[in-house]
Write a protein that binds this ligand. Sequence first.
Ligand code: MG
Length: 304
Amino acid sequence: MNRRNFLKTSAVSSAALALGTGSLVSSCAAKPAEEAKKPDTKLNISFQTGTAPGEDLSQKLDFMEGLGIVGLEPGGHDLAERVEEYRKALTGRNIKISAICAGFDGFILAEDPAVKAQFDETYRRILEAAGELGSTGVIMVPAFNGQKPCRPHTLETRQWLTEQLHELGEFALKCGTTVILEPLNRGEAFFLRQVSDAAALCREADSKGVKCMGDFWHMKEETSDYAAFISAGEYLQHVHIASRGERKTPGEDGALDNYVDGFRALKEMNYPYYVSFECGLRSEDRAATVTAAVELIRKQWEMA
Ligand code: MG
């Protein structure tokens, strides 16, 4: 094609494109109201066991029910011994076990076989208890920066980890639950620090029992909350929330505590699991602060 013909063709293409764009705009504008409305995804809020005020589990659950909280996230440490206690406490309530927060000994990337064996034994025991309680999964960080000796951060380690995760994921499925990988940030866990990388590990592990999560606090390293959640897609199984300045209760860091961009992704994905409080408290009044936090995140969910 000579230059003159090229220019002619380009002019025609541009005109077609302009027309096309015009018709696209008008077809969007003509969309019926039902199609244009935002997804009607429900916000399922969960608390860790320390979040609600109360002298014991029963008082905490009463407080949570009063706020419409539907999930409880216990630690895994003594879960196997407390299955019946949790079952009884939740009977007749509109609260389910959401995820289980870690609580195992050792770590999966340990170089010392004895430490790896501790991990294998205790993590599997928590998976069994989590399954009995109908939990969505058991949260795991592959290695904190301080956990040493740790397998080196190499391609071989990653390959080895995906094989280990595959086995664990299949075991979790048999228990009726999942493994949930939690990315942190480089200050705490250099090995795994972005939601998309955790999701890629899930895909490579090739087991429906291997999932991941996002924690708004750790997600400070993400360039976009929206993109981080969207990138996890079908692998996203849990979400943690805290204030974004000092990891206190949402709202305690004022304008920093904006979750709208991430919530927009969760709504678009029709995310069916929990957004769970994992946070400290600056105020002296736990009940009032937690209540305000729930109001704040419900309002932001509506805005998203
Ligand atoms: Mg977390």
